[in-house]
Design a protein around this ligand. Structure first.
Ligand SMILES: Nc1ncnc2c1ncn2[C@@H]1O[C@H](COP(=O)(O)OP(=O)(O)OP(=O)(O)O)[C@@H](O)[C@H]1O
Length: 257
């Protein structure tokens, strides 16, 4: 279980202070997929950096399976928005996906298996020797997802991973994430500013206010587990839920003015 309790983050540089997160509390049960949605600049990236141990919070704490996070927790992988910056351009697709496994000291033959399986899972078999810059944006983001999947994480953090790809590719990648989530039994915390995406993907949506950020509301997404782009998005319940999230985000923006 992932627990975020009373999390606060204030950035300080010289005499300047920015309170990015004021007080965030929420939990994600093992095996759940929870989406975090909030207005631009509300501190989503700051929150993920605190959860993944890349940044020290000013107050409160983050626990993974009861253990306080103090540095990158084992069993956690992150997929960032900017695939262009998260893949190494001088390394082939295979080497990019394999790198964290080498760092994890996985044996060579097992590494090969894990990379092959992960590339197959994201539909990229055959691209092993290509370089990231030879692939489309959507394919590069698939490589980044394969790298996270090959690591066999218990928890996967995704920071607006599809913000930089076109709408059609985005829809395909959303379906890919849902199918991987079901297959791998991984816990996913998915951060997005896209309300429709949060409702389409999540079992639960946590809505954040504008900065200084608190949890504005939470909503259970009681849509059927089998989702597809055409029918789910046209389901009257989907429309109701997205309206609820939209209203909360609007309220959060007004409160901040
Ligand atoms: N290193 C830093 N030093 C000072 N302030 C920072 C730093 N990083 C972020 N901030 C501030 O903290 C707030 C939250 O930033 P953050 O990048 O976490 O938001 P975000 O929700 O991910 O933004 P976006 O949706 O635009 O990507 C912003 O006001 C930002 O200016």
């Amino acid at each position: 279980m992932l627990e975020v309790k009373g999390l606060r983050k204030v950035y300080r540089s010289g005499s300047r202070e920015v309170e990015a997160l004021r007080d965030l509390t929420f939990t994600v049960d093992n095996g759940d997929m929870v989406c975090l949605v909030g207005p631009s600049g509300c501190g989503k990236t700051t929150l993920l950096r605190c959860i993944s141990g890349l940044l020290d919070p000013t107050g409160g704490d983050v626990r993974v399976n009861g253990k306080a996070v103090d540095g990158p927790p084992p069993g956690m992988a992150v997929v960032f928005q900017e695939y262009g910056r998260s893949l190494f351009p001088w390394m082939s697709v295979r080497d990019n996906v394999e790198l964290p496994l080498k760092q994890k000291k996985v044996a060579r033959s097992r590494r090969r298996e894990l990379v092959d399986e992960a590339l197959d899972a994201v539909g990229l078999t055959g691209t092993e020797s290509a370089y990231p810059w030879q692939l489309s944006g959507g394919m590069q983001q698939r490589v980044a997802i394969a790298r996270a999947v090959a690591y066999e994480p218990q928890t996967l953090l995704m920071d607006e991973p599809f913000a930089a790809v076109d709408a059609q590719t985005r829809a395909d990648l959303e379906d890919l994430v849902r199918s991987l989530w079901k297959r791998l039994n991984v816990t996913i915390l998915f951060v997005t500013h896209d309300i429709d995406e949060s409702v389409y993907l999540g079992q639960r949506v946590v809505m954040l206010s504008s900065s200084p950020t608190v949890v504005q509301d939470e909503l259970i997404i009681d849509l059927p587990a089998e989702r597809d782009q055409l029918h789910t998005r046209a389901d009257p319940r989907f429309v109701e839920l997205r309206t609820r999230v939209y209203e909360q985000i609007q309220l959060a923006k007004k409160a901040a003015r």
